[in-house]
Ligand binder design. Structure first.
Ligand SMILES: Cc1cc2nc3c(=O)[nH]c(=O)nc-3n(C[C@H](O)[C@H](O)[C@H](O)COP(=O)(O)OP(=O)(O)OC[C@H]3O[C@@H](n4cnc5c(N)ncnc54)[C@H](O)[C@@H]3O)c2cc1C
Length: 476
């Protein structure tokens, strides 16, 4: 087996940064080419516009990142991120009712994207094993005879050049030029599935009431699901510096709040409960409203491509992008890097036939988040499905959806079912777990508690956010 002598990663977002770190264990030299000039600390930039919106890093993603970069979660927490235990530290109204706040079995890390990106990047760069070239755009792949040999680049002043490499990893995100770059080399594009529920996001930051980011739960409120109508959601997440990030969203056909004035009204009228509106009604907004319409699930299948060139891999959103409502993109990016690391450690040689094997392992690593998001979205009114994945287009999909609804119903009120479902949603357990005989028997025999009839919040929590009127009269 030979080591790659120079691996080049296109894109210095989360997927590219983590992939570069994994490669640095196995290649003689690793370079990241990033189009933006990156901030020296937590900051926004053009190439990651989604960083304005609420982001949740599930426990599986956090563990995988810590496995690659020990100490990352601790640094995030020290910088003000919050570790939310699921389901204990979140108040959730699903489309099927309120969720009991059971003892947590999984967690998520909540902070702004600029903070998360900065800490991960700093963790990687301080190892000194990854060379970052900023302000350099990849404009083409170079190669011949079924092998990639480098990348054509352009700098901020328009100067063109080339970078030689025996392994190139595309991590340029949703807007990747991969299909065009392959076409220019006479390589047909990989197969693609798209499941697009037309999700849109509108987000603002607010100053949270004193103490609330540490002791008030995260909030996630949906609206009752009516077939043939758009779905609506709203989250209030605690983030560093005593702020709440509030994201309101809807599927195709819904109208997002366009201005600051409409924001609270949307939360009050479109969601299934006024909790989000009441929380933000008396706190100070810190930003305007930011919008995103980048929410389609889209997956490429390079591993199925008979003529896929040696020395080319695809990771992160460039490979599989998800409806962000499920919070899986960053964990998937981490899983891609871990799969790359595993395969290279096990001897796969991208220069001589190992590329397909590595790409297949990366594809397997994103399959669970893919099917969780795409199969759920395919049930929304107006969702556009252009896919060959038999799990999305087969005759049995309606039956699967009914089973999924039954699982959600039960997980709201039964702690062990909830623990299994949370394990799967957080990507800590495989989704096959939901078809296991252990789980099916649990669904059947676990006793259900009565459904909560309102947001399960304690008097102390309500005092923190100045909502005493929410106190419920104890039943006689
Ligand atoms: C609104 C929204 C909310 C989200 N919420 C969540 C969430 O709660 N939880 C979660 O886990 N995920 C979430 N995601 C997904 C998450 O943001 C991505 O999965 C994650 O950022 C990984 O992306 P990436 O690194 O693959 O691509 P990107 O973040 O898009 O990064 C691509 C990088 O490549 C650079 N680049 C692009 N083209 C070139 C080029 N030609 N040459 C050089 N550099 C280039 C860009 O500047 C950028 O730095 C959300 C996404 C959206 C849109």
């Amino acid at each position: 087996m030979s080591r790659p002598s120079h691996a080049v990663v296109l894109g210095g977002g989360l997927a590219g940064t983590l992939a570069a770190h994994a490669l640095a264990r196995h290649a003689d030299a690793v370079t990241v080419l990033e189009r933006d000039v990156l901030p020296e600390g937590p900051g926004h930039r053009r190439g990651v516009p989604q960083a304005r919106h609420a982001h949740l890093l599930w426990s599986n993603g956090a563990r995988v990142i810590d496995g690659l970069l020990p100490g990352t979660t601790d640094r995030l927490l020290a910088a003000g991120a919050r570790r939310i235990g699921f389901q204990g530290d979140q108040v959730t109204l699903t489309v099927r009712g309120w969720q009991h706040r059971f003892e947590p079995t999984q967690f998520a890390i909540l902070c702004t994207r600029p903070l998360l990106d900065w800490i991960v990047r700093d963790q990687v760069l301080r190892t000194g094993r990854v060379h970052l070239r900023q302000g350099v755009e990849a404009v083409e792949l170079r190669g011949a005879h079924g092998r990639i040999t480098g990348v054509g680049v352009r700098d901020g002043d328009g100067r063109e050049g080339a970078v030689e490499a025996d392994l190139v990893v595309d991590a340029t995100g949703r807007a990747s030029g991969l299909r065009h770059w392959l076409a220019a080399l006479d390589v047909r594009p990989p197969e693609k599935d798209v499941v697009d529920a037309g999700i849109g996001y509108a987000t603002r930051l607010f100053a949270a009431p004193p103490g609330a980011t540490a002791a008030f739960p995260a909030v996630n409120v949906g609206a009752p699901h009516r077939p043939d109508e758009p779905a609506h959601f709203g989250v209030v997440y605690p983030v560093e510096d005593d702020r709440w990030i509030v994201t309101l969203s809807c599927t195709r056909g819904g109208t997002l709040p366009a201005h600051e004035d409409d924001f609270e009204a949307f939360a009050r009228t479109r969601l299934g409960h006024p909790l989000v509106a009441d929380l933000i009604g008396s706190v100070e907004p810190l930003t305007p409203v930011f919008h995103s319409r980048s929410g389609a699930n889209r997956r490429l299948y390079p591993e199925r491509h008979g003529g896929w060139p040696d020395g080319l891999l695809v990771v992160g959103d460039s490979l599989t992008a998800f409806n962000p409502v499920y919070g899986h993109g960053m964990s998937a990016a981490a899983r891609c890097a871990a799969a790359l690391d595993r395969e290279l450690a096990a001897g796969a040689d991208p220069a001589s036939g190992g590329t397909r094997r590595i790409q297949a392992a990366i594809g397997a690593a994103v399959d669970d988040p893919w099917i969780l998001a795409a199969s759920k979205d395919a049930g929304y009114a107006g969702c556009r499905v252009d896919a060959t994945d038999p799990r999305l287009v087969g005759e049995h999909t309606a039956q699967q959806r009914r089973f999924a609804d039954a699982i959600i119903d039960k997980s709201l009120v039964a702690p062990q079912v909830c623990a299994t479902v949370t394990g799967v949603i957080s990507l800590s357990a495989g989704q096959a777990e939901l078809g296991s005989s252990r789980f099916l028997s649990l669904m059947h025999r676990e006793t259900s508690l009565p459904k909560p009839d309102g947001p399960p919040l304690s008097p102390e929590e309500l005092d923190l956010v100045r909502l005493p009127a929410y106190r419920r009269v104890p039943s006689a």
